[in-house]
Design a protein around this ligand. Structure first.
Ligand SMILES: Cc1cc2nc3c(=O)[nH]c(=O)nc-3n(C[C@H](O)[C@H](O)[C@H](O)COP(=O)(O)OP(=O)(O)OC[C@H]3O[C@@H](n4cnc5c(N)ncnc54)[C@H](O)[C@@H]3O)c2cc1C
Length: 380
């Protein structure tokens, strides 16, 4: 029977980041991934350059475009709104390349990778955890990191599961005329009114556009039809070739909650750490993976297991501001057209993309945007 200090389940951004840092801390680490690698993950792939500060490895090979502008539009209006705010800088990454870069960094640091291995159960006892795989293997460790995404087996088995709360569909569209990509390479499109409490997007990549739609509902009746109606708004996508199209769950934050036991902790989507307004999850997956590894490294030797420090850290550094994000979403979705036409609001969102601003401040900007037009702020 194999024995590890730490077993990380799931080799997405959260798991690969955690595994690398655990291995760098000298802990014997196993990274288990269900799929054969490289694996495709339905995702727009929009992320912030601020992610580099946590990663401390070069991920630029995975960046396909850098976007500095944004176009907003609504289903029931013809007129679009385009802005190029000074502070806006969004990296459009290839998830296949980005995730593989992180996995390779984890194995280079000493983590052992087991791919094509489905974890079916996790059991915690006083002195260790036992991870069982569909292939019949039983692996023990001192701590497990559940980084196994929206439907996390680790979260379910540890009694920490809260469900994703949202869903989306993402497709890769390859335009026949390469000039189209050049023309729209510097901005992202966001469309409202196609789906309640959600939006559609078009993001430019190296040789295609990522097109999708997502909302804060786990089951969205007619999602494929809604997606088509959204896509049809784009003249330049009319004759594009569709590469892949897949739906998946979005693990929106549900506010503070318990994220660890004595021998298990959750990171990324498994911990529901997707921004409840924007749906941004890559940055928070990496950040929570790093916090998981650092906390385990600190506490394993000192205490032989985890205290509630991990849950407190995640709630303080990530979930607290998501409470404001949720309020921002509640206000913004009352009338997206009203807000996306206001410079001060768009500038606030642009600064958010760089992590130069927090939702707490964005909420103030939304309220000021309303006050400028004589609308009394809602009490929350
Ligand atoms: C349609 C859509 C669009 C999105 N667009 C964006 C965007 O533009 N920008 C952004 O920041 N975020 C976006 N997100 C969110 C983002 O994709 C996630 O937040 C991010 O992938 C979370 O990373 P993770 O490592 O926690 O989980 P994942 O990336 O989901 O990785 C989990 C891994 O665990 C593996 N796994 C699962 N179960 C098991 C098991 N039983 N045993 C072993 N391995 C297992 C999976 O195969 C997977 O590789 C989007 C999400 C969706 C659904």
């Amino acid at each position: 029977m194999d024995r590890y200090d730490c077993i990380v389940v799931g080799a997405g951004p959260a798991g690969a980041t955690a595994a690398r840092r655990l291995a760098l801390n000298g802990l014997k680490t196993l990274l288990i991934e269900k799929e054969a690698l490289p694996r495709y993950k339905p995702c727009g792939g929009a992320t912030t350059p601020a992610i580099a500060k946590i990663l401390d490895i070069d991920h630029l090979m995975a960046v396909e475009q850098v976007v500095r502008g944004v176009t907003f539009f609504s289903r029931d209006e013809q007129e679009d709104c385009t802005f190029y705010p000074d502070s806006m800088k969004v990296q459009m990454i290839s998830r296949v390349d980005f995730d593989m870069r992180l996995i390779e960094a984890a194995t280079s640091a000493g983590a052992v990778l087991m791919e094509g291995t489905n974890v079916i159960s996790v059991e915690e006892s006083e002195n260790h955890i036992t991870v069982r795989t569909a292939g019949g293997d039983s692996i023990t460790g001192l701590v497990v990191v559940g980084a196994d995404g929206a439907k996390s087996v680790v979260a379910r088995n540890m009694g920490l599961y809260r469900g994703p709360g949202g869903a989306g569909i993402e497709a890769e569209l390859y335009p026949r005329d390469a000039g189209v990509l050049e023309q729209y390479a510097d901005r992202a499109f966001f469309g409202f009114g196609f789906i309640p409490k959600g939006y559609g997007w078009v993001f430019p990549k190296k040789d295609h556009f990522s097109v999708g739609i997502a909302a804060t509902l786990e089951r969205i009746p007619g999602l494929a039809l809604i997606y088509r109606q959204f896509m049809e708004r784009f003249e330049f996508l009319r004759d594009a070739r569709e590469g892949s199209r897949k739906g998946w769950f979005v693990s929106f934050s549900k506010g503070p909650g318990l994220l660890n036991t004595h021998r298990a902790c959750l990171a990324g989507d498994a911990a529901c750490l997707t921004d409840p307004f924007s749906g941004e999850g890559i940055y928070y997956a990496v950040l929570s993976g790093a916090i998981a590894a650092d906390t385990i490294a600190d506490e394993l030797e000192e205490r032989g297991g985890l205290s509630k420090k991990f849950t407190k850290e995640i709630n303080r550094r990530i979930v607290k501001d998501f409470t404001y994000a949720k309020w921002c979403a509640d206000i913004f979705f009352l009338s997206p057209q009203f807000f996306y036409r206001r410079n001060r609001v768009v500038n606030a969102f642009a600064r958010l993309t760089n992590k130069q601003m927090q939702y707490k401040n964005v909420l103030n900007e939304l309220r000021k945007g309303m006050a400028d037009h004589g609308i009394r702020s809602l009490s929350l």
